[in-house]
Design a binder for this molecule. Sequence first.
Ligand code: BGC
Length: 462
Amino acid sequence: MNTIATTATGHARRHAAFVAILAALAGLMFGLDVGVISGAQQFIQREFGISDAVLEHIVSSMMWGAAVGAALAAWLSKHFGRKRSLILSASLFVVGSLVCAAAWSPDALIGARFVLGLAIGIAAFTAPLYLAEIAPTDRRGAMISTYQLMITIGIFVAFLSDTGFSYIESWRWMLGIIALPGALFLLGVLSLPESPRWLVLKQRAADANAVLQKLRGDPEAVRKEVADIQEQLRTPQQGWQLFLQNRNFRRSVGLGIALQVVQQLTGINVVMYYAPRIFADMGYATSAQMWFTAIVGLTNVLATFIAIGFVDKIGRKPILYAGFVVMAIGLGIVGLLMHVGMASQGEHLLAVAMLLVFVIGFAFSAGPLVWTLCSEIQPLKGRDFGIGVSTVTNWVFTGIVGVTFLTLLNNIGSANTFWLYAAFNASFLLFTWALVPETKGVSLEQIERKLMAGERLRNIGA
Ligand code: BGC
């Protein structure tokens, strides 16, 4: 029986939602950063007269920065707290985007985008962690999906803003404008409460009580939750040591890595970073490329609502199964159309529609759920380390997918490239069945207990 699952009522629920939305704004920063570069590329290239190879460095320096930021974030959030880490991230974000806008050379741009990456890496690690720690059990999946929703909104807004600034051909405005939401985020983050779990970790149970009281409302539930966290902290063992000593922890870290590899090998970022290029390959002119890219962004946003609505009702696994099926079919048909060649207008539109089907499949499943699961499966003592490792993995594989796509297109052709990703998605059904636990409605403490008792990974949830 689940004795320590938490719920919240009335005023407390509204307060918790406010806190969650604010924290989830970190996702908006993440998304703006992902989306903003696709539209800016051609103008940067024109102004500096640089090769594709240099341009690739400009694009990818952010991904490597994010990997480093995510690696540092575990240490930062453990020593200085979740809140201060988010403040640092927001500050770096503002500075990074302003320097991007003012960049005097390709190298300056590479450096500034690396700083921006640091900011995003820290946020990508800290925000889901923080959200999982403040969320009541019955709302946890939805809260973390809200974070993903913010990522998709950020991407969409960046696609739109790029389209707007493309009329004045100003990549500096494209890259600089995001400092504004960054500054607003910084202001918002200053008002967040610190994570109750981190407060207990730092022997500040009274502060944790006060925060939880506001978030949950029910003093009895708060007392139980604090007692439960304290109970778990009795044998303090952390991160790396735990990883070396404990086989069960190595399993959850391994699962977190696998989940993020799977998320990236769905091929989503092929679409997010190269949508205009894909539409060009399908035979569309520039303005259509821009508009279809914006539609991709909007579709990505809308489909994420499906996850938010269903993740805590239907559960994680059924949604993942459905998502991988939809993604495999979508990409499979895109590949087929590319293989036979598209002659009619109808076939062209079908290809666009299938790409959108793929994006929908990702947005309601692997997009939000991978982040959700990664923050749920790690035991508290090693949570920072575990989520840190999986977040770094996310960025390293974003980088790998990003730097191999054009090479794949040129070497095996577009049909085979899409079929390859379709095959990956089909194989992830097996992965989900064999390894992914159903964590719907199960408290983090209960998941931890089962993991540490040596239960098979797919059984550590319900
Ligand atoms: C992924 C990103 C991706 C985004 C698209 C996120 O969950 O981690 O790599 O760009 O979804 O919406």
